[in-house]
Design a protein around this ligand. Structure first.
Ligand SMILES: Cc1ncc(COP(=O)(O)O)c(C=O)c1O
Length: 390
């Protein structure tokens, strides 16, 4: 039977990126002991109090259809959260509750991209971006980030990539895979480019609460003047270690949210009220687990960097935010993919090749800081040992 073109457009844009991870899983099922640094899933348990709210609300009957763009208590909680985060008044009609950042991205691009429109991605970029852009017929235009500047953006390169067909810039700070947190000046410059060329900015802020050291999270949504063109996509998957709840949202202008509620309703017809209650609770309370998680990522990042310090062939920079770092293997002469396969097969460490995140990730491994420090140290030793053997 004939399928619509969407199936061809997204075909092959997912699975091959995961080849090293998939082989790792097959090896593990055959009894091999491996260190998995390939999955971006928080390893700490979520705050218990949030689970209690979800369970209590489910048992008390919060299991009916929800309102199209979210339950009012949830939308109010988001409005409070973003008013505090942005330092300006954000109202509850500026959100649509959706199952995770991933769905928020899909709804955003379905709502703004027509076939043939171009979307600029800073490269390397998160593995699912190509498909969310391609699904409505969009064309990905990568703009390279330079590993030697810590994967920060070059605004001149961004400007050069813009054509008459450009519709949007997709921003992800803190970044998966690079760990870069774009500075206020960089975000402002990207905002100015978007304004000058009348572009949307889709801002994936799923790691916004995990910023390390002196780095500061900045969003184009902070700027009221950009509000009409910014679509924030985020969730509690990483901030509260609850990816299985699938609780996320779009934040944007009230007009944008009103106009695309019907797009989201064609897909979802609302979400689960008891999970919205739990998310509202998560966003309006402080939890020691969330700061502990962030501190653990920092300690693990430092452990990995220390473990590689003796190597003259591989190195890594401390992530500025988020839960990933990039290991630079360019001096070994191998591609990231070649190095990752050898690391898996010869040293039993599973990472993601940088190339899985675009050509900008070439010659790197992406490491998820989601195992304990002892395992991170062992992994670092094995990465350095393999590099020395090459
Ligand atoms: C950059 C980025 N965006 C979106 C997602 C998906 O997040 P969610 O669980 O909220 O759909 C991830 C998950 O790893 C991610 O790293």
């Amino acid at each position: 039977m004939r399928l619509a073109k969407i199936a061809d457009r997204v075909a092959g844009l997912g699975s091959d990126k995961w080849a090293v991870h998939v082989e790792g899983k097959q090896r593990r099922s055959r009894g091999e002991e491996l260190i998995f640094l390939s999955i971006g899933e928080p390893d700490l348990a979520p705050p218990h109090a949030i689970l209690d709210v979800a369970a209590k609300q489910m048992m008390s009957g919060r299991t009916k259809y929800s309102a199209g763009n979210g339950e009012q208590n949830m939308l109010d909680a988001l409005a409070r959260f973003y008013t505090k985060q942005t330092g300006r008044k954000i109202t509850s009609d500026q959100f649509i509750f959706l199952p995770g950042t991933q769905t928020a991205l899909a709804v955003a691009f379905l709502s703004i991209v027509d076939p043939g429109d171009e979307v600029i991605l800073f490269d390397p970029y998160y593995a699912t971006y190509e498909a969310v852009v391609a699904a409505p017929g969009g064309i990905v235009v990568p703009v390279k980030l330079d590993p030697d500047t810590g994967f920060h953006p070059n605004i001149a390169l961004l400007e050069r990539a813009i054509t008459k067909k450009t519709r949007a810039i997709l921003l992800n700070t803190p970044s998966n895979p690079t760990g870069a947190v774009f500075t206020e000046a960089e975000v402002k410059a990207i905002g100015a480019v978007a304004k000058k060329h009348d572009l949307w900015i889709v801002s994936d802020e799923v790691y916004a609460t995990q910023v390390h050291g002196d780095h500061v999270f900045t969003s184009p949504f902070f700027d009221k003047a950009l509000e009409e063109r910014v679509i924030v996509c985020s969730s509690i998957s990483k901030s509260h270690a609850l990816p299985g709840f699938r609780c996320g949202w779009i934040a944007g202008s009230a007009e944008f949210c009103a106009r695309i509620t019907t797009v989201s309703e064609t897909l979802l017809f609302g979400s689960q009220p008891f999970l919205e209650d739990a998310t509202a609770f998560a966003l309006t309370h402080e939890f020691e687990e969330t700061e502990k998680m962030r501190q653990l990522y920092v300690a693990r990042g430092q452990a990995l960097i220390e473990g590689l310090r003796g190597s003259n062939k591989v190195s890594a920079r401390m992530p500025e935010g988020g839960m990933f770092l990039m290991v630079d293997v360019r001096k070994t002469g191998l591609s990231g993919e070649e190095f990752a396969f050898r690391l898996l097969r010869e040293k039993q460490v599973v990472t993601m090749p940088g190339e899985s995140f675009g050509t900008g990730g070439a010659g790197h491994l992406r490491v998820a800081l989601t195992v304990d420090e002892a395992e991170i140290r062992q992994a670092a030793e094995r990465i350095a040992a393999l590099a020395a053997e090459i």
